[in-house]
Design a protein around this ligand. Structure first.
Ligand code: ZN
Length: 344
Protein backbone atom coordinates (compact mmCIF):
# COMPACT_ATOMS: atom_id res chain seq x y z
CA UNK A 1 0.00 0.00 0.00
CA UNK A 2 1.56 3.21 -1.16
CA UNK A 3 0.06 5.30 1.60
CA UNK A 4 3.04 4.10 3.64
CA UNK A 5 5.27 6.03 1.21
CA UNK A 6 3.79 9.15 2.78
CA UNK A 7 4.36 8.02 6.36
CA UNK A 8 7.09 10.61 7.04
CA UNK A 9 4.57 13.40 6.40
CA UNK A 10 1.51 11.73 7.94
CA UNK A 11 0.54 12.08 11.58
CA UNK A 12 0.30 8.74 13.35
CA UNK A 13 -2.64 10.00 15.36
CA UNK A 14 -4.63 13.18 15.67
CA UNK A 15 -2.85 15.83 17.76
CA UNK A 16 -3.89 19.27 18.91
CA UNK A 17 -0.62 20.91 17.99
CA UNK A 18 0.75 21.35 14.47
CA UNK A 19 4.05 19.72 13.54
CA UNK A 20 4.83 21.10 10.10
CA UNK A 21 3.83 18.12 7.99
CA UNK A 22 2.42 19.11 4.61
CA UNK A 23 0.75 16.97 1.98
CA UNK A 24 -0.05 18.68 -1.31
CA UNK A 25 -2.68 17.42 -3.73
CA UNK A 26 -2.61 18.74 -7.28
CA UNK A 27 -6.17 18.64 -8.56
CA UNK A 28 -7.47 19.13 -12.09
CA UNK A 29 -11.12 20.18 -12.08
CA UNK A 30 -12.99 19.96 -15.38
CA UNK A 31 -16.55 21.15 -16.02
CA UNK A 32 -18.78 18.56 -17.68
CA UNK A 33 -21.80 20.78 -18.05
CA UNK A 34 -22.71 24.42 -17.83
CA UNK A 35 -21.48 25.68 -14.48
CA UNK A 36 -22.12 28.92 -12.64
CA UNK A 37 -19.76 30.35 -10.00
CA UNK A 38 -20.67 33.71 -8.67
CA UNK A 39 -20.85 35.33 -5.31
CA UNK A 40 -24.56 35.75 -5.09
CA UNK A 41 -27.71 36.42 -7.05
CA UNK A 42 -28.31 36.06 -10.75
CA UNK A 43 -27.11 38.60 -13.24
CA UNK A 44 -23.76 39.05 -11.49
CA UNK A 45 -20.72 38.32 -13.58
CA UNK A 46 -18.67 35.18 -13.02
CA UNK A 47 -15.76 35.46 -10.56
CA UNK A 48 -12.57 36.34 -12.42
CA UNK A 49 -9.21 38.06 -11.94
CA UNK A 50 -6.68 39.79 -14.15
CA UNK A 51 -3.37 37.94 -13.88
CA UNK A 52 -0.19 37.28 -15.86
CA UNK A 53 -0.84 34.69 -18.55
CA UNK A 54 2.38 32.82 -17.79
CA UNK A 55 5.68 33.04 -15.97
CA UNK A 56 8.10 33.30 -18.88
CA UNK A 57 8.82 35.46 -21.93
CA UNK A 58 5.90 37.15 -23.60
CA UNK A 59 3.43 35.20 -21.45
CA UNK A 60 4.82 36.94 -18.42
CA UNK A 61 4.05 40.37 -19.95
CA UNK A 62 0.59 39.43 -21.17
CA UNK A 63 -2.27 40.05 -18.77
CA UNK A 64 -5.40 37.96 -19.16
CA UNK A 65 -8.63 37.67 -17.23
CA UNK A 66 -8.96 34.18 -15.78
CA UNK A 67 -12.03 32.57 -14.26
CA UNK A 68 -11.74 31.87 -10.55
CA UNK A 69 -13.20 28.98 -8.61
CA UNK A 70 -13.07 30.35 -5.10
CA UNK A 71 -12.08 28.39 -2.01
CA UNK A 72 -15.62 28.21 -0.73
CA UNK A 73 -16.93 26.95 -4.04
CA UNK A 74 -14.53 24.03 -3.70
CA UNK A 75 -14.72 23.17 -0.05
CA UNK A 76 -18.41 23.61 0.73
CA UNK A 77 -19.71 20.87 -1.63
CA UNK A 78 -16.81 18.58 -0.69
CA UNK A 79 -17.54 18.95 3.02
CA UNK A 80 -21.20 18.30 2.38
CA UNK A 81 -20.32 15.11 0.51
CA UNK A 82 -18.40 13.71 3.47
CA UNK A 83 -21.07 14.85 5.92
CA UNK A 84 -23.76 13.00 3.98
CA UNK A 85 -21.94 9.80 4.80
CA UNK A 86 -21.24 10.78 8.40
CA UNK A 87 -24.97 11.41 8.74
CA UNK A 88 -25.87 8.11 7.08
CA UNK A 89 -23.57 6.21 9.45
CA UNK A 90 -24.83 8.23 12.43
CA UNK A 91 -21.46 9.80 13.11
CA UNK A 92 -22.56 13.41 13.45
CA UNK A 93 -22.80 14.51 17.07
CA UNK A 94 -25.35 16.57 18.90
CA UNK A 95 -24.33 20.05 19.83
CA UNK A 96 -24.27 20.25 23.64
CA UNK A 97 -25.47 23.84 23.70
CA UNK A 98 -28.82 23.48 22.00
CA UNK A 99 -29.13 19.77 21.36
CA UNK A 100 -29.23 20.11 17.59
CA UNK A 101 -27.38 17.80 15.26
CA UNK A 102 -24.10 19.15 13.86
CA UNK A 103 -24.76 21.25 10.81
CA UNK A 104 -22.94 23.72 8.59
CA UNK A 105 -23.88 27.38 8.40
CA UNK A 106 -25.31 27.47 11.89
CA UNK A 107 -23.99 28.45 15.23
CA UNK A 108 -24.02 24.83 16.31
CA UNK A 109 -21.09 22.75 15.11
CA UNK A 110 -20.85 19.65 17.28
CA UNK A 111 -17.05 20.07 17.62
CA UNK A 112 -16.80 16.30 17.80
CA UNK A 113 -17.39 14.82 14.36
CA UNK A 114 -14.82 14.03 11.67
CA UNK A 115 -15.85 17.10 9.68
CA UNK A 116 -15.44 19.44 12.65
CA UNK A 117 -12.01 18.01 13.51
CA UNK A 118 -10.75 18.21 9.93
CA UNK A 119 -12.32 21.23 8.29
CA UNK A 120 -12.50 23.22 11.51
CA UNK A 121 -15.09 25.34 13.21
CA UNK A 122 -15.31 28.67 14.99
CA UNK A 123 -18.44 29.18 16.95
CA UNK A 124 -20.08 29.21 20.31
CA UNK A 125 -18.26 29.40 23.58
CA UNK A 126 -16.44 26.11 23.11
CA UNK A 127 -13.36 27.32 21.32
CA UNK A 128 -12.23 26.74 17.81
CA UNK A 129 -10.51 24.24 15.59
CA UNK A 130 -8.39 25.43 12.71
CA UNK A 131 -9.05 23.82 9.38
CA UNK A 132 -6.25 21.49 8.34
CA UNK A 133 -7.31 21.66 4.71
CA UNK A 134 -5.90 24.73 3.03
CA UNK A 135 -7.45 25.57 -0.27
CA UNK A 136 -6.86 28.51 -2.53
CA UNK A 137 -8.59 30.01 -5.49
CA UNK A 138 -8.32 27.82 -8.57
CA UNK A 139 -7.79 29.52 -11.95
CA UNK A 140 -8.87 28.57 -15.44
CA UNK A 141 -6.11 27.87 -17.95
CA UNK A 142 -7.80 29.86 -20.71
CA UNK A 143 -9.03 33.46 -20.50
CA UNK A 144 -12.57 34.01 -19.24
CA UNK A 145 -13.61 35.44 -22.61
CA UNK A 146 -12.92 32.04 -24.24
CA UNK A 147 -14.74 29.89 -21.72
CA UNK A 148 -17.79 31.88 -20.62
CA UNK A 149 -21.01 31.84 -22.60
CA UNK A 150 -24.18 33.86 -22.37
CA UNK A 151 -27.57 32.32 -22.35
CA UNK A 152 -30.94 33.95 -22.46
CA UNK A 153 -33.22 32.15 -20.10
CA UNK A 154 -36.86 32.39 -20.94
CA UNK A 155 -39.77 30.72 -19.31
CA UNK A 156 -41.74 28.85 -21.92
CA UNK A 157 -45.32 27.94 -21.08
CA UNK A 158 -46.53 24.39 -21.24
CA UNK A 159 -47.93 25.07 -24.69
CA UNK A 160 -44.31 25.40 -25.79
CA UNK A 161 -44.70 29.06 -26.62
CA UNK A 162 -43.77 32.32 -24.94
CA UNK A 163 -47.42 33.27 -24.53
CA UNK A 164 -49.94 31.91 -22.05
CA UNK A 165 -53.54 30.92 -22.93
CA UNK A 166 -54.65 34.51 -22.63
CA UNK A 167 -52.01 35.68 -25.06
CA UNK A 168 -49.79 37.40 -22.47
CA UNK A 169 -46.08 37.32 -23.26
CA UNK A 170 -43.75 35.63 -20.77
CA UNK A 171 -41.88 38.21 -18.76
CA UNK A 172 -39.35 35.78 -17.38
CA UNK A 173 -36.52 36.71 -19.67
CA UNK A 174 -33.03 36.84 -18.33
CA UNK A 175 -29.53 36.75 -19.66
CA UNK A 176 -27.13 34.71 -17.63
CA UNK A 177 -23.44 33.92 -17.91
CA UNK A 178 -22.25 30.36 -17.56
CA UNK A 179 -18.96 28.49 -17.75
CA UNK A 180 -18.87 26.21 -20.76
CA UNK A 181 -18.42 22.44 -20.45
CA UNK A 182 -14.82 21.26 -20.85
CA UNK A 183 -13.23 24.13 -18.93
CA UNK A 184 -10.21 23.22 -16.81
CA UNK A 185 -9.17 24.63 -13.45
CA UNK A 186 -5.87 23.69 -11.82
CA UNK A 187 -5.81 23.65 -8.08
CA UNK A 188 -3.37 23.06 -5.24
CA UNK A 189 -4.85 21.69 -2.00
CA UNK A 190 -2.59 21.64 1.05
CA UNK A 191 -3.22 19.30 3.99
CA UNK A 192 -1.58 19.96 7.30
CA UNK A 193 -0.76 17.28 9.89
CA UNK A 194 -3.34 14.75 8.73
CA UNK A 195 -3.41 11.02 9.48
CA UNK A 196 -3.68 8.28 6.84
CA UNK A 197 -7.42 7.90 7.42
CA UNK A 198 -7.94 11.66 7.32
CA UNK A 199 -6.10 11.73 4.00
CA UNK A 200 -8.39 8.98 2.67
CA UNK A 201 -11.44 10.91 3.84
CA UNK A 202 -10.32 14.18 2.18
CA UNK A 203 -9.30 12.56 -1.10
CA UNK A 204 -12.65 10.72 -1.15
CA UNK A 205 -14.52 13.99 -0.69
CA UNK A 206 -12.61 15.54 -3.60
CA UNK A 207 -12.91 12.57 -5.95
CA UNK A 208 -16.56 11.79 -5.31
CA UNK A 209 -18.01 15.31 -5.32
CA UNK A 210 -19.49 15.94 -8.73
CA UNK A 211 -21.65 19.07 -8.43
CA UNK A 212 -20.36 22.56 -7.81
CA UNK A 213 -21.54 26.12 -7.97
CA UNK A 214 -24.83 27.95 -7.97
CA UNK A 215 -27.95 25.97 -8.96
CA UNK A 216 -25.80 22.88 -8.69
CA UNK A 217 -28.75 20.51 -8.77
CA UNK A 218 -29.44 21.38 -12.40
CA UNK A 219 -26.06 22.36 -13.75
CA UNK A 220 -22.54 22.32 -12.36
CA UNK A 221 -21.33 18.81 -13.16
CA UNK A 222 -17.61 18.67 -12.56
CA UNK A 223 -14.97 15.96 -12.61
CA UNK A 224 -11.95 16.06 -10.31
CA UNK A 225 -8.73 14.25 -11.00
CA UNK A 226 -5.66 14.08 -8.78
CA UNK A 227 -2.52 14.62 -10.85
CA UNK A 228 0.06 14.55 -8.11
CA UNK A 229 0.68 14.03 -4.40
CA UNK A 230 3.66 15.51 -2.55
CA UNK A 231 4.96 15.46 1.00
CA UNK A 232 7.00 18.42 2.20
CA UNK A 233 7.90 20.66 5.11
CA UNK A 234 6.25 23.72 3.61
CA UNK A 235 3.65 24.81 1.11
CA UNK A 236 4.39 24.17 -2.55
CA UNK A 237 3.78 26.60 -5.46
CA UNK A 238 0.31 28.13 -5.56
CA UNK A 239 -2.58 27.27 -7.86
CA UNK A 240 -1.86 30.43 -9.83
CA UNK A 241 1.82 29.56 -10.34
CA UNK A 242 0.80 26.08 -11.44
CA UNK A 243 -1.69 27.43 -14.00
CA UNK A 244 0.83 29.96 -15.32
CA UNK A 245 3.64 27.44 -15.62
CA UNK A 246 1.31 24.98 -17.37
CA UNK A 247 0.20 27.74 -19.74
CA UNK A 248 3.87 28.32 -20.64
CA UNK A 249 4.35 24.65 -21.48
CA UNK A 250 1.21 24.26 -23.62
CA UNK A 251 1.68 24.86 -27.34
CA UNK A 252 0.10 27.98 -28.78
CA UNK A 253 -2.36 29.06 -29.99
CA UNK A 254 -4.72 27.71 -27.38
CA UNK A 255 -8.40 27.30 -28.03
CA UNK A 256 -11.34 26.05 -26.04
CA UNK A 257 -11.87 23.15 -25.61
CA UNK A 258 -8.33 22.10 -24.71
CA UNK A 259 -7.24 18.53 -25.27
CA UNK A 260 -7.32 17.10 -21.76
CA UNK A 261 -4.48 14.65 -22.33
CA UNK A 262 -2.15 17.38 -23.55
CA UNK A 263 -3.13 19.46 -20.57
CA UNK A 264 -2.45 16.62 -18.13
CA UNK A 265 0.93 15.94 -19.75
CA UNK A 266 1.84 19.65 -19.50
CA UNK A 267 0.75 19.91 -15.86
CA UNK A 268 2.66 16.77 -14.91
CA UNK A 269 5.73 18.14 -16.63
CA UNK A 270 5.45 21.26 -14.46
CA UNK A 271 4.96 19.44 -11.19
CA UNK A 272 7.77 16.99 -11.95
CA UNK A 273 10.09 19.97 -11.30
CA UNK A 274 8.64 20.50 -7.88
CA UNK A 275 10.66 17.55 -6.64
CA UNK A 276 13.59 19.89 -6.10
CA UNK A 277 11.54 22.66 -4.56
CA UNK A 278 10.81 24.04 -1.15
CA UNK A 279 11.42 21.11 1.10
CA UNK A 280 9.75 18.35 -0.88
CA UNK A 281 10.62 14.99 0.64
CA UNK A 282 8.14 12.69 -1.10
CA UNK A 283 6.59 12.67 -4.54
CA UNK A 284 4.36 9.75 -5.44
CA UNK A 285 5.16 8.06 -8.75
CA UNK A 286 2.36 7.37 -11.24
CA UNK A 287 2.05 3.85 -9.90
CA UNK A 288 2.08 4.92 -6.26
CA UNK A 289 -0.56 7.55 -6.99
CA UNK A 290 -2.76 4.95 -8.69
CA UNK A 291 -2.32 2.65 -5.69
CA UNK A 292 -3.22 5.45 -3.30
CA UNK A 293 -6.41 6.18 -5.22
CA UNK A 294 -7.31 2.48 -5.20
CA UNK A 295 -6.69 2.43 -1.46
CA UNK A 296 -9.05 5.42 -1.05
CA UNK A 297 -11.74 3.79 -3.16
CA UNK A 298 -11.44 0.55 -1.22
CA UNK A 299 -11.91 2.31 2.10
CA UNK A 300 -14.90 4.23 0.76
CA UNK A 301 -16.44 1.10 -0.85
CA UNK A 302 -19.82 -0.14 0.44
CA UNK A 303 -18.13 -3.06 2.23
CA UNK A 304 -15.47 -1.01 3.98
CA UNK A 305 -17.08 2.39 4.43
CA UNK A 306 -18.76 1.80 7.77
CA UNK A 307 -15.60 0.36 9.25
CA UNK A 308 -13.46 3.14 7.77
CA UNK A 309 -15.65 6.04 8.96
CA UNK A 310 -16.04 4.54 12.45
CA UNK A 311 -12.29 3.99 12.76
CA UNK A 312 -11.71 7.62 11.76
CA UNK A 313 -14.35 8.86 14.21
CA UNK A 314 -12.83 6.73 16.96
CA UNK A 315 -9.43 8.35 16.42
CA UNK A 316 -10.68 11.59 18.02
CA UNK A 317 -12.17 9.88 21.07
CA UNK A 318 -9.65 10.99 23.68
CA UNK A 319 -9.84 14.58 22.46
CA UNK A 320 -13.61 14.67 22.80
CA UNK A 321 -13.49 13.83 26.48
CA UNK A 322 -11.29 16.83 27.21
CA UNK A 323 -13.54 19.35 25.52
CA UNK A 324 -16.33 19.75 28.13
CA UNK A 325 -13.77 20.45 30.88
CA UNK A 326 -12.40 23.36 28.93
CA UNK A 327 -15.79 25.00 28.64
CA UNK A 328 -16.52 25.06 32.31
CA UNK A 329 -16.92 28.45 33.86
CA UNK A 330 -17.41 30.29 30.64
CA UNK A 331 -20.14 32.88 30.39
CA UNK A 332 -23.55 31.52 29.50
CA UNK A 333 -24.39 34.11 26.91
CA UNK A 334 -21.04 33.83 25.24
CA UNK A 335 -21.17 32.56 21.73
CA UNK A 336 -24.58 33.83 20.76
CA UNK A 337 -23.09 36.52 18.61
CA UNK A 338 -19.81 34.88 17.78
CA UNK A 339 -19.38 34.84 14.01
CA UNK A 340 -19.46 31.42 12.43
CA UNK A 341 -17.71 30.22 9.34
CA UNK A 342 -20.24 30.69 6.60
CA UNK A 343 -20.21 28.22 3.77
CA UNK A 344 -22.02 28.99 0.58
ZN1 ZN B 1 -19.46 18.37 13.77
Amino acid sequence: MSISKLSSVLATSYENFPKGRFITLVVLRTTHSETIFRTEGSGEPMCSEFVQAGLEGENQKTIIQRLVMTKRKQVAPERRYGREHLRAHELLYTNPKDGSLCSLNTNAPCEMCVDCFLYGFAAGGGGAQKSRIWTEDAFSILPASDVVGDRTINAIYETGTMRDEKGNASTALNTSEYIKPGVHFLDVVTLKDVTADELRYIIGNILFTSRYGAVSSRVGRMENEILGVFGSITELPSSLELVQATYDVLGKPLEHPLNINQLITASKQVIANWKNKRGVSVQLSEEELANLLTDVETNWSPDERDNFLKRLTQSYESFRQVAPEKNKGKGKSKGKNTPVEVEI
